[in-house]
Design a binder for this molecule. Structure first.
Ligand code: FES
Length: 108
């Protein structure tokens, strides 16, 4: 199992576990983490799974590619930063064990 910590904008931390191969979106939904709705089912079409990757983890997760669907969606999301990603586009793998993801202030 791989651990992820979701940090709400008020600082509340939720540590959850997920199997390799699932995504950070599933980790949030399976554990009722507030602020991640994942309305489109994880097919990169809604941006309701927007997260800010902790700066210490951004290189391992990978930065947003600026010429893809994920970037197209995030340009309309509120609170985007250089650390923004969609949780449904973060497949979990052992190298991400301990990952920290922050919820944008607009999502709660
Ligand atoms: S769940 Fe819809 S874009 Fe991630």
């Amino acid at each position: 199992m791989i651990k992820i910590t979701f940090v709400a904008s008020d600082g509340e931390r939720r540590e959850v576990e997920i199997e390799e191969g699932e995504t950070a979106r599933e980790a949030a939904l399976y554990n009722d983490v507030p602020g991640i709705d994942g309305d489109c089912g994880g097919v990169c079409a809604c941006a309701t799974c927007h997260v800010h990757v902790d700066p210490e983890w951004i290189d391992k997760v990978g930065r947003l590619m600026h010429d893809g669907m994920e970037a197209d969606l995030l340009q309309f999301a509120e609170g985007t930063t250089e650390y923004s990603r969609l949780a449904c586009q973060i497949p979990m793998k052992p190298m991400l064990d301990g990952l920290v993801l922050h919820l944008p202030e607009q999502q709660y």
